[in-house]
Design a protein. Structure first.
Lengths: 516, 314, 271
């Protein structure tokens, strides 16, 4: 009986080998849930696009394993005493994918083109509307680039390294058509950009002339050894299909899996489940401008009714780390003071509700089905609130609609994830602000805003630590939102793959081996 | 006949216009816009305004509509905000992908379901009849997203006979193209067979009661001759209308099956574009779907007289 | 003759089963269908939880019973809405002819070519994600096919002698439509409506799969089936039971519907 089946399998695989793209000797096949938006770093992007493109492009600096700034295309830099001038010294002999050697002029061209682009997603980081304005980018000699700002900005290198900004990746002039429009990335990363079949997927190939630096992998910096010939990304929108693909061997890596699915594969020896929290925030937001939720006693009642470690454990299937502080659990600044969290105290709820003057009004929790974590959080929190006598209700919205409610501030409670924030000050900056000026701000408090701004300007770690500790105490007292855990991306790799790790929610493919 | 086709096509214009207006209005009525989706949680008021301006969304909706309609009349359906591709290319490419699958599936369903339905009618009240009816009802009531996954797990994973995911166009490589189509087509066939069997059975029953069948039987023709020569041809009319409706519906997208089997078809494009608020693509797709729908219906009406001589196309 | 009786009995029995389960589900279920118990999640069917528990530890049987009410009422209201709107428009178009007919049919064709997904999304965003939005969206989506069928039969009816007679007797068009046309075109509508009941259940399920549909935690068979899908490998029962509910209720409706159809079809009466 087995004979015809073997024969048939051989037939199928011989056909598969005949296909373009699968023919490469050692190809790692990776699931993406949606096609990438564009191949131009920092422009028309989303998190999935960043995760693919940062295998291809590199910036002057990169984020290290713990979020610290590491050299990448620049081997060193210096900051002038007034904090306004950054001078980068480039590494020598770095080759672009087309074989050209990178010069300071290339870097200036690429950075100017990106920062001046009207659709650059990090435009506001560099044009003075958030922080300092970049006044000039100039070459001074063949391997020196000078960036001048209008005022000091301790965050500049952080912004440059951010994935949302495409790591301000350096691309060659030939990446553009003659009319200045985008063609395809010719960059310096360890993979070159191969065929892109829109709606189906794309292939990255090993860049043979990649100039290796560093001694070990370190975030998006450090050593990048490519151990496969190519990485083929396949668009598979349905999780169940992707898992079947992994089991059948058609897929090698599923970088983003709902925790529930990953938990099922965890006990299977053939598969390696990797999970690591990153600087993103898994939260339930309060609209502190809402008549009911503006009452601090009401918010404290909600907090007292929620068993946040249990929620985190349930929604991440034990893979997540509960954290009630906006300072990420993996951060250098996450000290014992930051470990202090919410108190789960159902007995205190009635008194708090009485103090809040709560009369059983319905409280609406918004959530979506795009994120399994958001959805499960809302379902479990609703049950906990109901049993504590708070009349909570769930409304499931499609993602774009929920995002619209988030941006306009029209909600009472919302299960929401913030994407990766590489520094605690950036995490605070995300949620703190004046609601009048920025409708999606959560925590509207002038003193807190001032503290966050100081933290953004401050370079001394000890003084920053003091600010973060102060902020955390205020955060626990005012409860502007429920901080549950840091963002969690769970990946799984198949039996043939060795060395795949997830880091800050990104799928990096250097240092990953695939055996035949 | 030509005149009929021409008037029908002409009368389609108001329908297409209504579809365009409705789609344009509805998709903008839904909260969320492509600019805020692109920026995600990084959005602040300035960045949002800039992105909206770059996408031309800062104009009043009627102005946007007028611009779009003007371009459509000149054959320009715009570009996708998601990946910058021209909408017409995108829609056509995705449509041919879906059409391969749907045409094969509907063809097979008809070949399978019409004889089954006729057999059930012919042996009405027998256990064969009951079995066919019960089976088709059962198939009808399994959602395709469930049926598809069962087929995928059985043939793709357990037995390992067919590739679990991936897609190759039949035009590029006929053999592997067909292998990738087996499971999605099977899913669609199992579902559509349920519907067509019921209709074929009902219309055959109607025909079998008519006088000329009794007459044919009285002439001493064998049952099979009666069934094949007289009943089959006439009973196919209403079924043909239904097939047209099914075809029109499926060509407009089989989002669920395409999602399960990772086929980059039109249905998934519509769903993805609605989620991404890719306005130009949604508008282009639905205009195209409406056109396909009207075209298939016209074709069905023109061919109807072939199956039912009592009806003329006028 | 026998088969018709048998089918009517089987169909009727199935329907009575589901309706009584739905009614019972309103007042009593073995467990609270919404109660989350994370310690006993994904339990196989057993002595305590007869049909097992779901991914939040909620009792499947209780949820099926609660869902019966929601699913049946969504189905009924949707079809009622579609029939009401469809018959009114269809009779109007078929009887008045001329521009009324042309406008109604142009709108109707546009609706037919419109994906229910976009309609659902748009309406849900206006009404809020709730049952009423779903009913409105599906009701609108199902109306055009009824309009078509009704208009077709009205077109042939209006040429018949008794309609002519009613007109000659000086009855108003409204009276003629209500008294003579309406009752005579109900047969095909009933056939169509019975087949729609099941289709509504499935469409609601597909909407849930695509991320729309009735918002949990309120269970429907459709959203139970959709959310059971990730657990197909280790908790098959989560999908099988709601699936069976949909299958059997559909079978019941279809068998019963065939029997009704035979009653309304004059040619069938003699058989």
């Amino acid at each position: 009986m087995t004979f015809p089946r073997t024969l048939w399998r051989a037939f199928i695989s011989s056909i598969a080998i005949g296909l373009p793209g699968l023919a490469a000797a050692n190809t790692l096949t990776v699931q993406i849930t949606a096609d990438i938006r564009s191949s131009q770093p920092g422009i028309n992007r989303d998190a999935g696009t960043d995760s693919v493109m940062l295998n291809v492009v590199e910036g002057l600096v990169a984020a290290g394993e713990k979020g610290e700034i590491r050299p990448m295309l620049a081997k060193s830099w210096s900051i002038s005493p007034d904090g306004r001038t950054y001078t980068f010294t480039l590494r020598e002999g770095v080759k672009f994918h087309n074989g050209e050697t990178m010069t300071a002029d290339d870097v200036v061209f690429s950075l100017q083109k990106l920062i001046g682009h009207p659709e650059f997603s990090c435009k506001t980081f560099f044009d003075g509307s958030r922080d300092a304005k970049v006044e000039s980018i100039a070459a001074s000699g063949p391997d020196t680039v000078v960036i001048t700002l209008d005022r000091p900005d301790a965050m500049l290198l952080n912004y440059m390294a951010q994935s949302q900004c495409g790591s301000t990746g350096i691309v060659h002039r030939a990446s553009f058509n003659d009319d200045g429009s985008w063609k395809a990335p010719i960059a310096t990363g360890p993979f070159t950009f191969g065929e892109w079949k829109r709606g189906e997927g794309l292939t990255l190939r090993k860049f043979a002339d990649y100039s290796i630096t560093g001694d070990k992998p370190d975030g998006y910096g450090g050593r990048k050894d490519v151990l496969v010939d190519a990485v083929k990304y396949v668009v598979v929108p349905d999780t169940a299909t992707a898992v079947a693909g992994l089991r059948s061997g058609a897929l090698d890596v599923l970088p983003y899996l709902p925790p529930g699915e990953a938990a099922k594969l965890k006990d299977d020896k053939a598969f390696t489940v990797v999970a690591a929290p990153h600087g993103g925030l898994v939260t339930m937001l309060f609209q502190t401008g809402d008549p009911l939720m503006s009452n601090i006693a009401m918010r404290r009642a909600v907090i007292a009714a929620l068993d946040t470690p249990q929620i985190v454990d349930a929604v991440t299937y034990g893979l997540g780390v509960p954290n009630n502080s906006l300072v990420a659990s993996g951060s250098f600044y996450h000290t014992a003071a930051q470990d202090k969290g919410y108190l789960h105290d159902p007995a205190a709820v009635p008194a708090l509700l009485k103090a809040a003057g709560y009369k059983g009004e319905k409280i609406n929790i918004l959530t979506n089905r795009r994120s399994a974590i958001n959805y499960d959080t809302a379902v479990i929190a609703q049950a906990m609130l109901q049993s504590a006598g708070i009349n909570a209700d769930i409304e499931v919205l499609e993602w774009a609609s929920q995002l619209d409610r988030f941006n306009s501030g029209k909600y009472q409670i919302m299960a929401f994830n913030y994407s990766n924030r590489t520094d605690p000050a950036l995490a605070y900056q995300t949620v703190v602000g004046s609601k009048a000026k920025k409708a999606n701000a959560i925590w509207d408090d002038q003193e807190v805003s001032a503290l966050v701004n100081t933290a953004l300007q401050e370079a001394d770690p000890a003084r920053r630590q003091a600010i973060f500790d102060d902020l955390h105490a205020r955060f626990l007292d005012q409860v502007p939102l429920v901080m549950l855990a840091n963002g969690l991306d769970v990946g799984v790799s198949g039996p043939k793959v060795k060395g795949y790790r997830t880091w800050q929610g990104f799928a990096r493919f250097w240092g990953v081996e695939r055996s035949e | 006949m030509l005149k009929f086709a021409f008037t029908r096509l002409l009368s389609a214009i108001p329908t297409l216009f209504i579809v365009s207006v409705a789609v344009f209005g509805l998709i903008r009525l839904i909260p969320g816009d492509p600019a805020s989706l692109m920026l995600g949680d990084l959005a602040d008021a300035d960045a949002l305004a800039a992105a909206r301006k770059a996408m031309g969304l800062d104009q009043p909706v009627p102005v946007q509509f007028a611009i779009w309609l003007g371009n459509v009349v000149q054959g320009d359906l715009g570009r996708s905000v998601l990946n910058g591709q021209p909408v017409l290319d995108l829609v056509w490419h995705r449509f041919t992908t879906s059409a391969q699958m749907v045409l094969i599936a509907v063809g097979l369903s008809v070949l399978l379901a019409v004889p089954l339905g006729m057999a059930a009618a012919w042996r009405q009240n027998s256990s064969l009849d009951l079995a066919i009816v019960a089976m088709s009802t059962l198939l009808l009531s399994i959602p395709t997203f469930w049926l598809g996954l069962m087929i995928l797990l059985a043939f793709g994973l357990k037995l390992g006979w067919l590739p679990v995911l991936g897609y190759v166009s039949v035009a590029d490589n006929p053999i592997s193209g067909i292998i990738y189509l087996v499971m999605p087509v099977m899913t669609l066939v199992l579902h559509e067979v349920g519907i067509i069997v019921r209709m074929a059975r009902a219309s055959t029953l109607d025909v079998l009661r008519l006088d000329y069948i009794t007459h044919a039987r009285a002439k001493g023709l064998s049952e099979s001759a009666v069934l094949m020569r007289h009943a089959a041809r006439n009973a196919f009319g209403p079924t043909w209308t239904l097939i047209g409706l099914i075809l029109g519906n499926l060509l407009g997208g089989v989002a669920v099956v395409e999602t399960v089997f990772t086929i980059p078809g039109l249905g998934r494009l519509i769903v993805d574009s609605i989620y991404a608020r890719d306005y130009a693509v949604v508008q282009g797709c639905l205009l195209f779907v409406a056109l396909t729908y009207l075209f298939v219906n016209l074709l069905v009406d023109l061919l109807y007289p072939l199956f039912d001589p009592r009806v003329t196309a006028e | 003759m026998k088969r018709h009786q048998r089918n009517r009995i089987i169909g009727g029995a199935l329907l009575i089963c589901f309706v009584s389960a739905a009614l019972l589900g309103r007042v009593w279920t073995p467990f609270d269908p919404m109660r989350i118990d994370l310690r006993s999640k994904l339990q196989a069917p057993g002595a305590v939880h007869w049909l097992g528990t779901d991914e939040f530890g909620r009792d499947v049987l209780s949820r099926l019973m609660a869902a019966a009410g929601t699913s049946v009422s969504i189905s009924l209201t949707t079809v009622a809405l579609a029939v009401l709107a469809g018959v009114t428009l269809g009779v109007l178009a078929g009887y008045a002819r001329g521009w009324t007919d042309r406008i109604i049919m142009a709108l109707n064709n546009a609706m037919l070519a419109f994906p229910s997904m976009l309609l659902a999304l748009a309406l849900l965003s206006i009404t809020g994600a709730n049952i009423y939005g779903i009913i409105l969206a599906l009701g609108l989506a199902y109306t055009p096919s009824i309009v078509r069928v009704v208009r077709g039969s009205v077109l042939s009816l209006r040429e018949r002698e008794f309609i002519e007679a009613s007109r000659v007797m000086g009855n108003s068009p409204a009276y003629t439509m209500a008294r003579h046309i309406l009752p005579n075109c109900l047969g095909p509508v009933i056939v169509l409506a019975t087949s729609m009941f099941g289709s509504v259940l499935l469409t609601e399920s597909a909407l849930s799969f695509l991320g729309l549909g009735v918002p949990p935690p309120a269970p429907t068979w459709g959203n139970m089936l959709a959310s059971a899908r990730p657990h197909i490998a280790e908790a098959m029962w989560l999908g099988i039971f709601p699936g069976l509910c949909i299958s059997l209720s559909l079978l019941g409706i279809n068998l019963f519907g065939d029997a009704i159809r035979d009653r309304f079809d004059p040619r069938m009466r003699g058989l």
